[in-house]
Design a protein around this ligand. Structure first.
Ligand code: IMP
Ligand code: MG
Length: 177
């Protein structure tokens, strides 16, 4: 298997994450911040972002499944791992790897409304506006990208490539010799 081509290199990601961390630090200085990391793709972004925010905060994880092992959205979202603590009266910052159709986040935002958080905002590393089906406002955005399927820095294709330190694009499969 050949290595994915670099789309956004590690240094560029690190610089942007520092900028987002500074903005979050400024906005949440007197709040009760909980980072809710959307599993599995956001685990790398969450780890870096959490360390870029110099505030007391807590971290929790929400597992959702909207994709099988294919590259296409099913539009069907289900919770595979729920939060371990209540978000009532908390200032929730959802941390996502990528907003593609927006269906996953729409589902999460709807679900969270019933749990009475004090506020809910969204941080996403990547946004693919070409594929939007439902509009969800992104409060802290890393990068806008074209309609390409990306892997690395937490994102996978068929569970592979999550550990790449950069965001890359898979090269087309070569035919058998
Ligand atoms: P949405 O519901 O279509 O916005 O899709 C959200 C989820 O699909 C993301 O959190 C990712 O896990 C996955 N996804 C969407 N686009 C890509 C991609 O280009 N590479 C890897 N995963 C993706
Ligand atoms: Mg995801």
């Amino acid at each position: 298997m050949s290595k994915p081509d670099v789309l956004i290199d590690a240094a560029t990601i690190a610089q942007r994450v520092r900028e987002l961390g500074t903005a979050i630090e400024h906005d949440y200085a007197d709040k009760d911040l909980v980072l809710v990391s959307v599993l599995t793709g956001a685990f790398v972004f969450t780890a870096d972002l959490a360390r870029a925010v110099n505030l007391p905060l807590s971290v929790d994880f929400l597992g959702v499944s909207s994709y099988s092992d294919s590259k296409r959205s099913s539009g069907v979202v289900r919770i595979t791992h729920d939060l371990s603590r209540t978000i009532e009266d908390k200032d929730v910052l959802l941390v996502e790897d990528i907003v593609d159709t927006g269906l996953t986040l729409q589902f999460i935002l709807d679900t969270f409304q019933a749990r009475s958080p004090r506020s809910v905002k969204l941080a996403a590393l990547l946004h693919k506006p070409a594929r939007t089906q439902v509009h969800v406002p992104i409060d802290y955005l890393g990068f806008t990208i074209d309609d390409v399927f990306v892997v690395g820095y937490g994102l996978d294709h068929a569970q592979r490539h999550r550990n790449l330190p950069y965001v890359g694009v898979l090269q087309p499969e070569r035919g058998q010799p």
